[in-house]
Design a binder for this molecule. Structure first.
Ligand code: 5GP
Ligand code: MN
Length: 340
């Protein structure tokens, strides 16, 4: 974090404040971990602080220390509107545009609080008085560590915060294997372990949570996978019917798209998941090398993310979305062939 942003943040935190820390819709390990850790640190510094998520987070994160105190906006939107209205300072973590919080967008836009943005996605919007944005970072959790370092907050690092930050770094780096995992990431992780994060236990808590239904759904996803070698592309579809048949729960499809990306020679992988309730198809995109799924998601799916991991949605039916996808590929053939 640069000196100017550090000075602005220090000034904002100079006296005790009423603070809300917000993560994005469909919060993942990085969003939940970073919000919880920052909130704990801010409380240690004497502020009053709550974490608020637009909607609920997956069961595989429900063991995280402090997660029981997270406010879920959609569970009590009127009460939570009042808290947002009363806040003096709002941190937004792991997203950078206010349309990433669903129904919370309206109260956040109306809020009088100053905003601080901490995030590693591309192209931050301009709504915060302090912006700490760095697309080279492995995770927002890694950024929270640097943020605390800059504002002399690492003295408060305890085993709960270490566990929360480790979780987000681990999940966003695919267990320390994606390219944004740097030597600094590992140095920070070492610090977190020294402060009480138990890497092996955290890994088990997150990844050894399969149910027979989830594994059967993975089987369906893999059967549905189509490989298009001429475009070095593989995609997966899951219909609402298939989800219902396997008692789909939030988070069950996490990581499925990576199987498509793991096919030899593939540089572009997509999963299309029908959501009848929201009348959308949710789309997760992954790539290798120079092919930017951030650009692709922005251009075609009203979404965004990182160069190699992004998301978006379509208002068309599942089959129309896939037909359209296939028709788009030829115009990207050269980029796909040259990606690696
Ligand atoms: P996932 O595919 O795991 O849901 O998300 C991959 C990355 O893309 C994450 O960094 C996530 O924050 C981002 N992302 C997912 N969905 C959307 C979306 O609808 N809009 C934007 N701007 N980013 C998204
Ligand atoms: Mn993240």
């Amino acid at each position: 974090m640069n000196k100017q942003t550090t000075a602005v943040v220090k000034d904002l935190l100079a006296a005790p404040k009423k603070i809300i820390v917000v993560g994005h819709k469909n919060p993942d390990g990085d969003a939940v971990g970073s919000c919880l850790a920052l909130s704990l640190a801010l409380k240690e510094m004497g502020h009053s602080c709550r974490v608020m998520m637009p909607n609920d987070f997956p069961d595989f994160l429900k063991w995280l220390p402090g997660c029981e105190d997270i406010l879920v906006y959609e569970k009590d939107s009127e009460g939570n509107d009042k808290l947002i209205e009363a806040a003096e300072l709002i941190f937004t973590l792991d997203f950078n545009a206010l349309d990433r919080v669903g129904e919370m967008e309206t109260p956040l836009k109306a809020a009088e609080a100053d905003f601080v943005l901490i995030d590693h996605h591309q192209k931050p919007d301009d709504y915060a008085v302090a912006v700490y944005s760095d697309t080279s970072m492995s995770s927002t959790c890694e950024m929270v560590y640097h943020f605390l370092d800059a504002i002399d907050g690492l003295q408060y690092l305890n085993s709960e915060m270490a566990t929360q930050l480790y979780t987000g770094i681990m999940t966003d780096t695919g267990s320390f294997r994606y390219p944004a995992t740097s030597a600094t990431t590992h140095r920070i992780v070492a610090q977190l372990i020294e402060h009480g994060a138990n890497g092996s236990a955290i890994h088990q808590n997150i990844y050894d949570t399969n149910t027979p239904n989830r594994l059967a759904l993975l089987g369906v996803a893999l059967k549905n996978m189509k490989v298009l070698p001429e475009y070095r592309t593989a995609y997966i579809t899951l219909s609402q019917k298939e989800l219902d048949k396997h008692n789909f729960k939030r988070g069950d499809t996490e990581g499925f798209v990576n199987y498509a990306l793991s096919v030899s020679g593939i540089v572009f992988a997509v999963i299309f998941i029908e959501n009848k309730q929201e009348r959308i198809v949710k789309i997760s995109l992954r790539s290798k090398g120079s092919f930017s799924v951030n650009d692709f998601a922005r251009k075609y799916y009203n979404g965004g993310g990182h160069i190699n991991a992004a998301g978006g949605k379509s208002d068309k039916s599942l089959s129309a979305t896939v037909t359209e996808f296939i028709s788009i590929l030829p115009s990207h053939k050269n980029e796909l062939i040259d990606a690696l």
